[in-house]
Design a protein around this ligand. Structure first.
Ligand SMILES: [Zn+2]
Length: 174
């Protein structure tokens, strides 16, 4: 397992719709381990999706550091939002788009289903930060970035900053 470094905005893998995982084998377990190592190697990351380590597969990992003592990282394979309610707008950022922040409207509460690394079905209810991170990471495996949710005005303001990151990472293979 290794901290692979985060793929950055401009890298084409971030814009691909990731492939579902058919079977949980050693390769998938290794990818999940690498994702967690990379997440913990980052500053203030709370979640990561496989495309962020250059792997176009439907795997997300979250450690939202919530106050409850069961604060363990969650790895969800093939996650899907099955229920949602409410709406809340808060500031968001992304490990793949350094230093860029913006207000994003998300569901306040979501229920996500998928499978865990043992192949068991999981159902996770998230509110507030956990709900936000789940939606952010599921967006990633659909090739969507948080900046896609920003207002046109905000995007105009961020244009130069984004272009700079994009130019640096375009054509970089994961
Ligand atoms: Zn992100």
């Amino acid at each position: 397992m290794a901290n692979l470094g985060i793929t950055k905005y401009g890298n084409a893998v971030l814009r691909k719709v990731a492939e579902p995982v058919d079977e949980i084998d050693d390769e998938i377990r290794k990818i999940a381990g690498d994702m967690l190592d990379t997440l913990y190697g980052s500053t203030d990351g709370v979640g990561i999706a496989a495309p962020q380590i250059g792997v176009s597969k439907r795997i997300i990992a979250i450690d939202a550091n919530t106050s409850d003592d069961s604060a363990k990282p969650i790895v969800i394979i093939n996650p899907e939002i099955v229920e949602y309610s409410g709406e809340i707008k808060e500031q968001e950022g992304c490990l793949s788009i350094p230093e860029v922040k913006g207000d994003v409207k998300r569901f306040e509460k979501v229920v996500v289903e998928g499978i865990d690394l043992d192949g068991n079905k999981v159902r996770i209810e998230g509110t507030d930060l956990l709900a936000r991170v789940l939606q952010h990471e599921i967006d990633h495996i659909n090739g969507i970035l948080f900046i896609d949710h920003l207002s046109r005005l905000k995007m105009q303001l961020l244009k130069n900053q984004l272009r700079k990151i994009e130019q640096e990472h375009k054509g970089v293979e994961s």
